[in-house]
Write a protein that binds this ligand. Sequence first.
Ligand code: ADP
Length: 471
Amino acid sequence: MKGGSIGFRLAAWYCAVFALGLAAFGVAAWFAMRASIYHAIDDELRDRIRGVTLFMENQISAPSLAEIRDEFREHSVLGPGGDLFQVCDQSGQWLYRSVPLENANVTIALPASLPASRFQDMRIENHRLRFYSQRIAVDGKEYTVQVASLMTEAYEALERFRLILLLAAPVLLLLASAGGYWLSTRALAPVDAISRMAQRISIESLEPRLSVPQTGDQLQRLSETLNAMLSRLAFSVRRMKQFTADASHELRAPVSLIRTTAEVAVQRRDRSAGEYLQALEEILEQAAETSQVVESLMLLARADSGKQVLEAAPADICAIVRSASDQGEKLIRNRGSKCSAQIPEDPIWIQADAEALRRALLILIDNAAKYTPAGGSVAIRLEARGGLAVASVSDTGIGIAKEDLAHIFDRFWRADKARSREQGGAGLGLSIAKWIVETHRGSIDVKSELGRGSAFYLSVPLRHSNAAANP
Ligand code: ADP
């Protein structure tokens, strides 16, 4: 259940990240709330000190300490925050001390030893209190005023908040994990569908295609890419099957001809030596043709598998064309046609496997000879133009119909099977020539008119620096 485990892993990651985020949020929220509570309490404590200071500025002229205390008591009852405050002068004498602070014997710093102001947190009889002490000067004398605020409620609120966070976090986490798992399995469902569909595809049945979700996302692209790959595979398999069928058909014909010739020769015993010789010659001819087809097939198979490599080296294409033309001329003349060649004297340098390129040219010349009836003519030309060396083989032969031009480079394709076989062709020549020329980063083009003749153009790139290659 690999698909399931991806969904589970995604959900687990999602859950872990969410848990971390939640923890960070909880801690930050708790500290933010605490800071804002402290901020509010500190503001209130500062206000109260200001109130006490104002009160002292108004009342300090009271005749006796006892009266001042009374005034303070009245002030403390009315003042905000109750009577949690105490005041002492520079000699440590109390001007006022509220009862709870006196009972708890909360000490106070003398004005001289107090930094301008100070906050303190203290725990008194299970109560948390926050103190604020400030040194003030009234009427030329220094005093320490200390006010306090009960923090119990604030801490209760903080504790409640902490509890809510602790209780809500697991619930949220559970919901998020379930949601994450649901989402990831939902998102991966099309992948499951793709793999189920892919299981139905085999080399024998490459026709089914994946359904493409129109979502514009990676899944759509994945399905489209797989479908395109399937189409390419189906095409290659079709080609391979066709190739195998054509190859076996092509080999069956000469082999059965060899067999029949041999059988007839053996069965009829009253034959002369001359007749036997003729039968053997026929067999030899068929055997030679068969090895020719086998050799071509092997070459194309090696080319397809990338095992047939051509060794490119600086070569003079004039010499290559001249050699092919000399050999081809005999073929053409033997068939009763004329042959002319126009090849420049000066070398034209290209990067090539000379023997392979000669073979490609010979295929074109051989075809021109085969498909040009006696009395016709074949012209072989070579020229350099537009960074290319262009060799052409033109004939005044039977020509090729327009609709056939697209197929002549296909393996085993022949316009007229009987005629081609008669001429010793298996329909592989042009496929081999095309492979050779394309391996040289060149191309073969053809112009032809039925009944008037054909012209094949073989183009290969010139060497970058033609002059530098001159030996
Ligand atoms: P083949 O061995 O049959 O000549 P090729 O691959 O060389 O095979 O050529 C394929 C087919 O193209 C030939 O069977 C023929 O029908 C056509 N063809 C090739 N060259 C010529 C040409 N010069 N004139 C007319 N038809 C040609």
